[in-house]
Design a protein around this ligand. Structure first.
Ligand SMILES: [Mn+2]
Length: 326
């Protein structure tokens, strides 16, 4: 099934003189890694084609992967094949022109709530889109080339989206595909150093946050990071958001949530879990994501308490039914 789709995608690529690749707004390691990795593969394999990454924003911690190249012009779009990676819905694409190309392809691993594109390759159980792009290359490895730079991008995205091969989406195939990238002689030290080293300010801020973690009655760990606190510590929204990880190893807490106040007063909830599906919880607040990693933007403070209350109920019910885990 997926081989057929992959064949169709390769045929579309071969047919196009210009390929424009795009991804979701506020891109993460998977979004940047997959777009840059695919760009690298296509440039190496089809040197006569023009390959672009369209985008309206970038990601700080993946800057070490290199330059993303020029933004395509409107004229470039006219005959372009557009491939959107790691983005569930068109509204979330970083780049407002993606629908103006000649053909549109979606490659994604988010729940397919709003299908789009002339061809859609969506596999929700995949740990990352980088994994899918790697598989695409490997399937057609007699025709498609890869190098160390493209492999590094794909590996970086695989590592970040799978929580260093820890999240449930990690499959035997994930590790097989990662091994093919390692064969390209990538520099793991360099990748891990850039992805997982914090500034001293962030490290101290995390220590402070750990001292502020609160638990609901059933043990849902949570933190609230106000605008004021974020600014006082000189943190970007991205840095503040990443602190959700400080709560990921607390005994008895199977759900943990960081609430980060945005500049406009709305609140971003980053919800993480073990065993418990929090995607539906996020969807109740207009958000989404994956079973164990979801998010939602809350318009007012009151919604913070409502979300926490529902998370607590979910958590309490799971614990009552699964006493053997504790
Ligand atoms: Mn992803």
């Amino acid at each position: 099934m997926s081989l057929q789709i992959k064949r169709k995608i390769l045929a579309e690529i071969k047919n196009a003189d210009t390929v424009i690749i795009a991804r979701h707004k506020k891109p993460d390691g998977d979004a940047v890694g997959s777009t840059m990795g695919l760009k690298g593969i296509l440039e190496l394999s089809f040197p006569e084609k023009k390959i672009f990454i369209d985008r309206e924003d970038e990601c700080d911690y993946t800057a070490f992967l290199g330059d993303e190249g020029p933004i395509p012009s409107d004229a470039d779009y006219e005959k372009a094949l557009v491939i959107v990676l790691d983005c569930g819905n068109v509204e979330r694409v970083s780049g407002s022109r993606v629908a103006s190309g000649k053909r549109l392809i979606k490659i994604d691993h988010h729940i397919d709530m709003t299908p789009y594109g002339d061809i859609s390759w969506v596999e929700e159980e995949r740990s990352s889109v980088c994994e899918m792009v790697t598989e695409f290359w490997h399937t057609f490895r007699k025709e498609l080339k890869i190098d160390k730079a493209a492999s590094s991008c794909l590996y970086a995205g695989m590592v970040t989206d799978s929580g260093r091969f820890k999240y449930p989406g990690t499959s035997p195939q994930t590790l097989r595909l990662a091994s093919y990238l390692l064969e390209q002689d990538i520099d793991m030290d360099l990748i891990y150093m850039n992805l997982y080293i914090d500034t001293i300010d962030v490290a101290k801020f995390e220590a402070y946050l750990i001292s502020k973690i609160e638990l609901t009655e059933s043990g849902v760990a949570h933190l609230f990071i106000s605008r004021r606190l974020r600014k006082a510590r000189g943190l970007t929204l991205e840095e503040a958001s990443n602190t959700v990880g400080v709560m990921d190893a607390i005994k008895g807490s199977l759900i943990w949530i960081a609430f980060i106040e945005n500049d406009d007063g709305s609140v971003r909830a980053r919800i993480r879990s073990r065993f418990i599906d929090v995607q539906k919880l996020a969807a109740q607040f207009g958000g989404g994501g994956h079973e164990n990693a979801s998010g939602a933007t809350l318009k007012e403070q009151e919604e913070v308490n409502i979300l926490l209350g529902r998370a607590d109920e979910l958590h309490a019910a799971f614990k009552a039914e699964n006493t053997e885990l504790f």
